[in-house]
Design a protein around this ligand. Structure first.
Ligand code: NDP
Length: 328
């Protein structure tokens, strides 16, 4: 073993460029593989930008955790999130996108080419960079939530709902995600409590109607979560505080978070402008960021719409913006 190490060191000394073998130069690097990333890839590949895409921690993005997508044009019967993302990927690869597994762990955007490290090892030098890293589910931040993560606490009903078939569960949040997850879980579970901190829901009318029509969903308005309780088997209940400040306990085995998302912009923040939540700021009507040659698209830059179709639209814009930049 020691001999091999010594030989390795000697080879490195004789050939210092060896270290550079991990450096790869690309014209257009795309990080993130949701609807924004793949649409950017389709357009960039067709524009001969030879895009290289790193899929990130959640290949296919958030849609892979969605059950039915009924509002993406072109699928009159609806489609499951994972199947749709597989279609996106195939289309991007058909035009030559090099799709790779791996996550961008650091970024130096101080000068071109931009330096992006993948999985802490491989260094990519990119002439242009398209950031499509999306957003990640938020948690409440209470200690017991951390304790039971994966043992009853989840932020994805479509991923984990099956484990609670025939049991009682709770969903926290009053937006479209919460409404969707509660309705989905109601089809599997005996009873679903929907815990909402205000006296009304924020979800769209159509989603609210679905919740109201589902008999085994009980809405608890003006309730907040104090603590999640459980034992070795996982979650057994949740202690809530109601509008009068009283403690209420519900017996549930699953506790699902649906309280919004945090944009995945951390590694780029040093160089780019973001809002207070972390959404990357772009020039009006474009995906152009503060750094020429760096473009942002999808949920990482969109605090308002956050839909697959709007993300795809900004992905298209990002590739077109990158093409214009590289050609200018
Ligand atoms: P939203 O930000 O719309 O809603 C988050 C919900 O969580 C709000 O009700 C909020 O309460 C609540 N909340 C936030 N923090 C806490 C907390 N600490 N404790 C308790 N409750 C909390 O996020 P969504 O993920 O629901 O939706 C994001 C976007 O995606 C929206 O634009 C939505 O329309 C879209 N979407 C569309 C779908 C579809 O069309 N099929 C499906 C899912 C999402 P409060 O209201 O009090 O702020």
């Amino acid at each position: 073993m020691a001999l091999f190490k010594a030989l390795d060191n000697q080879e490195e000394e004789n050939n210092p460029k060896q270290v550079d073998s991990e450096v790869e130069k690309v014209k257009c690097l795309i990080v993130g593989s949701g609807p924004a990333g793949f649409t950017a890839a389709i357009y960039a590949a067709r524009a001969n930008l030879n895009p290289v895409m790193y899929e990130g921690m959640e290949p296919g993005g958030q849609l892979t955790t969605t059950n039915d997508v009924e509002n993406y044009p072109g699928y009159p019967e609806g489609i499951t999130g994972p199947a749709m993302m597989e279609d996106f990927k195939k289309q991007a690869q058909r035009f030559g996108t090099d799709v790779r597994f791996g996550m961008a762990t650091t970024a130096d955007l101080s000068e071109r080419p931009f330096k992006v490290t993948i999985d802490g090892k491989k260094l990519i030098e990119a002439e242009s960079l398209i950031i499509a890293t999306g957003a990640t589910a938020k948690y409440l931040g209470i200690e017991s939530e951390e304790k039971f993560k994966g043992q009853g606490v989840s932020a994805c009903a479509t991923c984990d709902g099956f484990f609670y078939k025939g049991k009682d569960v709770a969903v926290v949040g009053g937006g479209d995600t919460a409404a969707e997850e509660a309705t989905y879980l109601a089809g599997l579970c005996d009873k679903v409590y929907l815990i909402i901190r205000k006296d009304h829901m924020r979800a769209s009318k159509v989603m609210q109607d679905r919740v109201f029509k589902t008999k085994n969903i009980e809405i608890l308005y003006e309730h907040t979560t104090k603590e999640i309780v459980g034992d070795m088997s996982g979650v057994t209940g949740v202690i809530l505080t109601n509008g009068k400040g009283e403690e209420v306990k519900i017996d549930v085995h699953g506790f699902f978070l649906a309280i919004g998302h945090t944009p995945n912009s951390d590694i780029f923040k040093e160089y780019l402008d973001t809002d207070e939540v972390g959404y990357i700021k772009t020039e009006a009507d474009s995906t152009i960021t503060k750094v020429p040659g760096v473009f942002a698209c999808g949920d990482v830059m969109d605090p308002h719409y956050r839909q697959a179709v709007t993300a795809a639209g900004t992905g298209c814009r990002a590739a077109m913006d990158a093409e214009r930049f590289l050609g200018s």
